[in-house]
Design a protein around this ligand. Structure first.
Ligand SMILES: NC(=O)C1=CN([C@@H]2O[C@H](COP(=O)(O)OP(=O)(O)OC[C@H]3O[C@@H](n4cnc5c(N)ncnc54)[C@H](O)[C@@H]3O)[C@@H](O)[C@H]2O)C=CC1
Ligand SMILES: O=C([O-])CC(=O)C(=O)O
Length: 309
């Protein structure tokens, strides 16, 4: 299958790197607006083929969407990242226009594509993509919760001194410093609740660290993260391309599920060849549902900014 990644910057190139080295796609097209940038990244990645042993073809283009024609999945990472001290939400003014233009251009050449939105503020960019393209809801998927859950597992691993692959832990809600909800009650180590091993205070600390996971990295790096975001984007694409039916927390359009309407927000979904195929009901308790509603209010506020831009 052919996969396009728009934005050949830190996240887009890392996502493409994962897609090619693990042969998730047969062909990857990288697109950027900066002259020669995507071509350069694609050439550099191509030169890893004999070293890493893959056959995926990768090409790079500057704004030439004809080269993306017939893509099964398109990943949008174009836009600006935040700097230390900023929130993701502050990026809306620049990124909304970029994401809308890119999504429209992609669909002209790949009308059947599934769109994965990574650019921030991701929940609002996903909502914008859905509204601007008029695509069936199952074909628009925002990536944030997969990354946040990976960070949740990282902090749990540190607290438990265990292997991350023995952990199941999910973050739902918005992909914002204050809107994400690490579900500590449902996190398990080999099927056993982590609350059997960690006290309330430790669990609170893990959740707090998870929520500011992106901000912590932004402070350390001077710009936001790319290894885990790129890998998370590729994991999502893999489940689509290989029809794996993995359950991932993703930002999708809610129509009554989890008590919300007319919003895109992170919930557990089955990801397969049709995009997101089913929402899984985790049966939140009263506190968790209240947090989810609060998160939805904040994201809805951000969505309302779109009409003022
Ligand atoms: N949803 C998530 O979990 C995550 C989201 N992000 C977001 O992803 C976005 C990209 O981050 P980075 O890769 O670090 O930034 P970056 O600055 O390294 O790369 C962005 C690229 O987009 C390109 N671009 C800008 N406008 C474009 C257009 N109209 N068409 C094509 N390309 C265009 C730029 O030239 C640049 O190369 C940011 O908005 C960031 O906040 C980053 C990490 C995780
Ligand atoms: O923190 C940021 O701005 C980028 C991002 O969404 C993340 O790494 O979670």
């Amino acid at each position: 299958m052919k996969v396009t990644v728009v934005g050949a910057g830190a996240v887009g190139a890392t996502c493409a790197d994962n897609l090619v080295r693990r042969e998730i796609a047969e062909e990857v097209v990288l697109v950027d607006i900066k002259e020669g940038f995507a071509e350069g990244k694609a050439l550099d990645l191509t030169q890893t083929a004999s070293l890493l042993g893959f056959n995926t073809r990768i090409t790079g283009v500057t704004g030439d969407y004809a080269a993306t024609a017939g893509s099964s999945v398109c990943v949008i990472t174009s836009g600006i990242p935040r700097k230390p001290g900023m929130t993701r939400e502050e990026l809306i003014g620049t990124n909304a226009k970029i994401v809308e233009d890119v999504a429209t251009n992609l669909l002209k050449h790949s009308p059947d594509a599934i769109i994965v939105v990574i650019s921030n503020p991701m929940d609002t960019m996903t909502y914008l993509t859905l509204k601007a393209t008029g695509l069936p809801k199952n074909r628009v998927i925002g990536m944030g919760g997969i990354l946040d859950s990976a960070r949740f597992k990282t902090y749990l691993q540190k607290a438990l001194n265990c292997s991350q692959s023995d952990l199941h832990a999910t973050v739902i809600g918005g992909h914002g410093d204050t809107t994400m909800i690490p579900l500590t009650r449902l996190a398990t180590l080999n099927g056993t609740p982590v609350s059997n091993f960690l006290n309330e205070e430790q669990l609170k600390q893990v959740a707090a660290d998870t929520m500011v996971g992106g901000a912590t990295l932004t402070k350390l790096l001077g710009t936001s993260a790319w290894y885990a975001p790129g890998a998370a984007g590729a994991a999502l694409v893999e489940s689509i391309v290989r029809d794996q039916k993995k359950v991932f927390p993703c930002c999708v359009s809610l129509n009554g599920e989890y008590g919300q309407n007319d919003i895109c927000l992170g919930v557990p979904v089955v990801i397969g060849k049709n995009g997101w195929e089913k929402i899984i009901d985790y049966k939140l308790n009263e506190n968790e549902q209240a947090e989810f509603n609060k998160s939805a209010d904040a994201v809805r506020n951000m969505n309302s900014v779109l009409s003022t831009l």
